[in-house]
Design a protein around this ligand. Sequence first.
Ligand code: GUN
Ligand code: FE
Length: 420
Amino acid sequence: MPYYVKGLFLDTPEIGQIRARRGWALVEGDCLAAFRTDAPEGSQTPILDFGDQLILPGFTDLHLHAAQYAYCGTAMDVELIQWLRDYAYPEESRFADPAYAERQYALFVRDLKASATTRACIFASLHTDATLILMRQMEEAGLRGYVGKLAMNRNCPDTYREPSTEEGVRETERWLDACDAMGFSRVRPILTPRFIPSVTDDYMAALGRIARERNVPMQSHLSENRDEIAWVRSLCPDTRFYGEAYARWGLFGGDCPTVMAHCIYSGEAECALMKQNGVMIAHCPTSNENVIAGIAPAARYLRRGWRIGLGSDVSGGHTLNLFAVMMAAIQNSKIYWRYVSQLEKPLTVADTLYMATAGGGRFFGKVGLFEPGYQFDAVVLSEAGLNSTREFSPLERLERYVYRGSGNPQAKFCAGERIV
Ligand code: GUN
Ligand code: FE
């Protein structure tokens, strides 16, 4: 049944600019069919009237770890490699138990559903059955996204490692077959080699073959931490840069749609290949602060032609709330501008709204704008609690919501379905 949604719609058809329109969005099936600024008088089509409330495109969270959510908001005092060993691996290993996965993923999905995020690219754990549990729960919640069973067969504890390449490939195939058999319509699998230090060459080669044969995208981590980069250099002495250690297996954009998280220390050759291959960069500023990784040149990526969106990177990141990630992106870019390089002006609220919506949404096709033919993903904000004696422009209202509002949306639509 078609319906109208009325409110004050904000989106970003151009980088750096907010479009604000009061009006009625006509939703047909999973898409926005038309946007009108005059009232649909006499129409029989039902109207969901949100008055003058702000309505944004649903957010895309390009990078997060569902199996780390149990300890989200703790474990902030060490750098990446120690953090993985002491916090991430012990928690993720618990998902060997499907009953634990059922319980803990339910908490994750509940909170993701309540947030402004409608689409996500998610790392699960290395366990096939627990990954399928997460996918089923996402599907039932009406959320959309890619979910990955991790590939990890080296440089991690015996209690949390695939025993061999053969076993890893077998489980990956079993997982992909099960995804087909379970008939998911909202969630899809994504190949997920954790990062180069975790995966042997023959396993990477097999993942590259599977990506080609089955047409599956991939996600991973890239150039996040200096020790990590030195480690990759010693593990892959025949590559010129970190990204090449993925690219040589066909797992770096091009025919294989790819999300790479972080990209803080990417050099010119790595950046050039990312741009050429259309690799989607997941900028994760909250996580980059928490695990003391550094500051990515996000304004340059955004304005000089790279594909870029935002990632909460829970639980390196301390929150699923992408408004907080937008704020961190702006603040990080100011520090970068002050201390590192003045070539690009710091990010603005409009820039980060673009990254959270149209920027990252692109990984999912026509997602992230209120344009005819785009998937209707939308969140209706409630500004209760932000009262003031002042009048604010639409952009100022958004700005205040980013900096001060922490409430979840009052209503949420994903591909035309109302889920909150
Ligand atoms: N690199 C490899 N694994 C991880 C992870 O779980 N979190 C982050 N932030 N970086 C990683
Ligand atoms: Fe991560």
